[in-house]
Design a protein around this ligand. Sequence first.
Ligand code: OGA
Ligand code: MN
Length: 286
Amino acid sequence: MQKLSSRSLAPDFGMEISGIDFSKPLESDDINFIRNAWVKASGVLLFRGQDITPQDHVRLTSYFGGVYDKGATANPVLAHYYADGFPQIYRVSNKKINGKPLGREDAGTYWHSDSAWDPAQPRGSILHAIEIPSAGGDTMFANMYQAYDALSEPMKKMLDGLTAEHSLAAAVLRTSYAKEFSGKLDEASKKNAIWPVVRTHPYSGRKALFVNPGFTARILELSQTESDVVLELLFKHSTSPEFIYRHSWQLHDVLMWDNYCNMHYAVANYKAHGDRFLHRTTVLPD
Ligand code: OGA
Ligand code: MN
C-alpha cells in the first residue's frame, strides 16, 4: 500500500495529496482514500509531480466514475480539441502547431461549472499540466458550500426551492464561446438544463449554491428583473475572496474539481510569459 499524506489548500477547501504515483495502477485502499478526500475537500484535490501519459490519465479518471469519451463526436465545433487517438482527452492550450490551435484557447476564462447546461452534467474534471507559463495562468476555484453557508437565513429561505435555467446559449452571449459558436446560436440554444439554485450534493449531502455567471440564464420562478438582480447578487457573493482557492500551476500538477460544489475560472493573463498546455478528462457520475 502507498503511504498517502494530505494538507489543506485553503481553510476547509481543497487538499493536496502526496505519496502517490499515477503512472501505475492504484490499489483499492488508495482509490478509496482519494474518493473520500474528494468529498471531504469540498471538491478540489491536487497531486504534484505526476508525469503521466494519456493512458495513465484515463485510468486515473476511471477510478472516480465513467470517463467521458463523446467529445470528439458530440459537438463538431469542439471536436478538434480532443487528442488524436484519445477521445477522452480534451486539450486546453493557447499553442498553435503549424498555425492550427493545439487545444482550446481561453477555455473557462470566466466563472463557471463545467457543462452546467447538460441535464446529465459530469461530476468533475481532471487537469494535467504539461506546459505552463513562467508567470500567470492560474485557475481559481470557488467553494459553493461555503458560499451557501455564508448567506443570511432569510436569503437561504428565499433561494431554497427555486430553480434556474442553465444554457450554452447564455455562455455564447457572455463568454469565449462566442468565438466558436458565432452564427450557431440555434445549436447552442438546444443545450440547456434546469437545476435547483440550492443543490444538494449527492455524495456529501451538503447544500451548495448552484448558479454561475457562465451558464446560468435565469431563475425561473422570479420575474426577469428580479432574476437579473438576484443572480448578480449571488455571483458577487459566491466569488468573494473568502470562498476562493487560487491555484498557481507547477509542471505535472494533476488537479481535479467537482462541478456540483465548485465554480472555476481560468485567469488568461499569461500569454506574454510563455505557453500553457493542459490535458483534461471529464468524470461522469458513477
Ligand atoms: C476547463 C477549464 C481551466 C483552466 O478545462 O474546464 O475551465 O485553468 N479550464 O484551464
Ligand atoms: Mn471549465
